[in-house]
Structure formats: C-alpha cells, structure tokens
Design a protein around this ligand. Structure first.
Ligand code: ADP
Length: 186
C-alpha cells in the first residue's frame, strides 16, 4: 500500500527491516546505544560489529549519558544493504499520559530530519516502541503515519521514499487501516 505526498512515496510493507535496500534504516534502539532485543538485536546481528563500534564511539564522545528518548543519531550500516542506520529511542508506554505520543512523534521527525541533513533520500522505519516498549500498535500507527505525513507535506521535494516495514501481518494491517483513515481525513 502506498500514498504519494509531494515527490515522496510513503509505502507500507510487511517484512524484515534488515533486508531493506534503502539509504538508511531506522533502529528502535535503547538509550544505551549498545544493543538490545527485538529489531535492535536483529540489526546488529545482520549488520555486524562496525555498527556497535560506532555506537560505542558516540557513547565516548557526544553521548556519554546515552541517547535521550525521541532523539536520533546515525552510524554506518555495516554489512546491511542499507548504507546507514539511524538509531532512535522510542518511549516506553506507561499510561499514555506521560508524553508518549509527543516523544514517539519526535522519533519519526528527528530521524527524517537527520536523514535529510545527511543527504539521504530513502528511509525505512520499523514500528518504533510497539514491541518490548509496549506502545499499543493502533495508537502508535496513527502517531507514526500522521507525523511522517506532516513532515513530508512540509518537505515535499526531498525524499524519494519513506517506507514503514511491519514485521507481523497484524501490524501491517493496523498500519494500512491507519493510513486509509488519515488519507480520508485529508
Ligand atoms: P521497542 O523496544 O521500541 O518496542 P522492539 O524491537 O521490541 O522495539 O519492537 C519494535 C517493533 O519491531 C515490533 O513491532 C517488532 O515486532 C518489530 N520487529 C522486530 N524485529 C524486526 C525486524 N527484523 N524487522 C522489522 N521489524 C521488526
């Protein structure tokens, strides 16, 4: 399923983010930047040790206390088909009234901004925060897609493609429904 916004194709696919052939894939990292489970573990396994080496370097230089929630940094993609990995830290779902939606939106916005700053034209995202961090996927899908769409409306000429890569069939269907709803509401 795709939607065209300005020059950009916003695509939803079901699949594995580590195999995506794009300029950058986004990692749902944790603030340590030193690896974890879920998509983070899969990216480090597939991309090899160069990604972790650059993350360690960031921890020793610009990010000695780790990466705050909502912010993003970029490293090599190592052995991945993607040349770069953008690491961002999603919010842990608590009650929904602890600023989770704004922090999740910041992950998408800051990752897209960083990709632009680095001259990258194709980016693939996983469903940030909806695994170990327990953000309800129906709500996360609306935040993710509305944030990406607003960014692309403000920057209609830069990206060739922004892709959401949903791991499960269920998540893929939830994101499809959310995109259809957002398209209808204009
Ligand atoms: P978080 O800690 O931000 O919740 P997780 O990695 O636990 O991050 O989960 C985020 C989402 O990534 C979940 O929907 C999970 O199913 C999905 N996921 C796990 N592995 C992959 C993968 N290889 N490609 C794409 N998505 C993945």
């Amino acid at each position: 399923m795709t939607s065209i916004i300005g020059h950009t194709q916003l695509a939803l696919v079901q699949g594995d983010i580590t195999t995506q052939d794009v300029d950058a894939i986004v990692n749902a990292a944790n603030s340590s930047l030193l690896g974890g489970g879920g998509v983070d573990g899969a990216i480090h396994r597939a991309g090899g040790p160069d990604i972790l080496a650059e993350c360690r370097q960031l921890r020793e230089t610009s990010h000695t206390s780790g990466l705050p929630t909502g912010q993003a940094v970029i490293t090599t993609g190592g052995r991945l088909p993607a040349r770069h990995v953008i690491h961002t830290v999603g919010p842990v779902w608590l009650s929904g009234s602890r600023g989770e939606a704004e922090l999740l939106a910041a992950c998408y916005r800051n990752s897209l901004q960083l990709a632009m700053d680095r001259g990258l034209h194709t980016v693939a995202f996983p469903s940030i925060s909806t695994g170990i961090y327990s953000y309800p996927v129906e709500q996360a899908a609306r935040v993710a897609l509305s944030t990406i769409m607003a960014f692309l409306k403000a920057q209609p000429d830069w990206f060739d493609e922004v892709r959401m890569v949903l791991y499960s069939r269920y998540d893929f269907e939830v994101y499809q429904a959310a995109l259809a709803e957002l398209q209808q509401s204009g």
